[in-house]
Design a protein around this ligand. Structure first.
Ligand code: SAH
Length: 395
């Protein structure tokens, strides 16, 4: 590992690094001795010069993303070791399996690799870098991935234009680092089939984080009229149809997503008569839908990406949940989610409570939901828990 800088922390600011929290904020820095280039590996020391660990430097609020702790400099096998560890965890939770061949292989801080996401779609890995350091190291990461996964891997697609900071993204087109994939590509999730297009789809192509929540929806769907809002490519809709819902309506603002939803319904062999999809804004769609649905899914995109947008986001969640509560049939079920990292569990819960008050409906909480085990949360980095969900019974 080519370490090209030294960082000295202010006195007392070593505490969070000693607790293995992976973020060193710029305010903790006393001195930076190197060219201070974004993406470089740096050694992080306490105020007396004692080595605490190593990480990627980047000029910004988070100045260093820690990649290893302790005195020892990361070995040449660093990337391979990290990927193998992540694979071991996935195997421990039964992934991949006969029925599921798509999973998240690297979940940033949860796998000790802040700034890096790798999703695996039945033979194709999609790498998404969120930091200059991960971008710099992309070829090494791809090589290590190839070695760790061997024949299971046929292609690696690098997709970071939308996630890299500042100017770096301008010099980096998205593209293949290994092999070539053909999109859309079919993956299996709990025996359901889905088309994934990492080249032009949202994020890395599919929302793997809702896998277990989609499965749970099946338990509530039999004989029900289901509305899946913010449906993207119809994930929840396919599970509802599999569980014999009476009818399923899928809604998304994106025409492209709706088009793939339609194809996914066909791919799984369901009768298009049982399913209707509409490209429309959810708030528009919910108008005049009083008493039509027994089960509604609300899975909007992150309403707040930054702390300063939190207040607006809370208002958005409140309005959305209140609208759904107003229209749902008595005895209906709502699956409601937030993936905004800055809106924590408690705030989301409180916001949904105020929506219930606003809608003047009596609401009971049946389940508290989160992200699946291939999106692990490190206990040293509780901020990694980003997906929150509630299953509600609306009296
Ligand atoms: N539940 C989906 C993932 C949802 S991602 C799954 O299981 O795969 C959020 C989706 O919301 C995106 O597809 C985006 O196009 C859509 N979206 C964003 N704003 C919207 C709006 N105002 N109305 C409807 N859909 C919207």
């Amino acid at each position: 590992m080519n370490v090209s800088g030294n960082i000295l922390l202010k006195k007392g600011r070593e505490q969070s690094v000693l607790r293995k929290h992976p973020w060193v904020f710029s305010g903790a820095l006393q001195q930076l001795t190197s060219s201070g280039q974004d993406g470089n590996w740096v050694k992080v020391c306490d105020s007396k010069g004692l080595t605490l660990g190593f990480g990627h430097y980047q000029n910004g609020s988070i100045a260093v993303r820690m990649l290893s702790f302790g005195e020892e400099q990361p070995a040449d096998t660093f990337w391979k070791d990290k990927i193998n560890r992540a694979l071991t965890l996935r195997h421990a939770v039964g992934l991949p399996s006969e029925k599921t061949n798509a999973f998240r292989l690297i979940h940033g801080e949860g796998d000790g690799l802040p700034g890096l996401i790798i999703d695996f779609y039945a033979g194709v890995a999609v790498i998404q870098a969120h930091s200059a350091g991960m971008h710099n190291d992309r070829e090494q990461i791809a090589q290590a991935l190839k070695v760790a996964m061997g024949e299971q891997l046929s292609a690696i697609y690098y997709k970071s234009r939308a996630t890299l900071p500042g100017k770096i993204k301008e010099d980096q087109p998205d593209g293949y680092l290994l092999g070539m994939g053909v999109v859309p590509h079919v993956i299996h999730e709990h025996g359901n089939k889905f088309l994934v297009d990492w080249e032009s789809g949202q994020k890395t192509g599919f929302f793997l984080d809702q896998r277990e929540n989609r499965k749970l929806l099946g338990d509530f769907s039999k004989g029900k009229n289901v509305l899946n809002t913010f449906c993207y490519t119809g994930g929840f809709s396919v599970y509802a149809l599999k569980a014999d819902a009476s009818l399923v309506h899928s809604v998304d603002a994106s025409e492209k997503a709706i088009d793939i939803t339609r194809k996914n319904i066909e791919l799984n062999g369901y009768d298009p008569q049982q399913h209707e999809c509409t490209a429309i804004d959810t708030f528009e769609f919910l108008k005049n839908k009083q008493g039509v649905y027994d089960l509604i899914v609300l899975d909007p995109p992150a309403f707040a990406k930054h702390r300063d947008a939190r207040h607006q986001a809370v208002k958005g969640y409140q309005r959305l949940n209140a609208e759904a509560m107003k229209v749902i049939r008595p005895g209906g079920i709502i699956f409601t989610f937030s993936c905004s990292q800055v809106v924590d569990k408690q705030l989301f819960y409180d916001t949904v409570t105020s929506a219930a008050i606003q809608a003047e409906r009596e609401v009971k909480v049946l389940h508290l939901l989160s992200q699946p085990s291939d999106h692990p949360v490190s206990m040293n980095h509780p901020e990694g828990e980003y997906l929150k969900g509630l299953v509600l019974y609306v009296v």
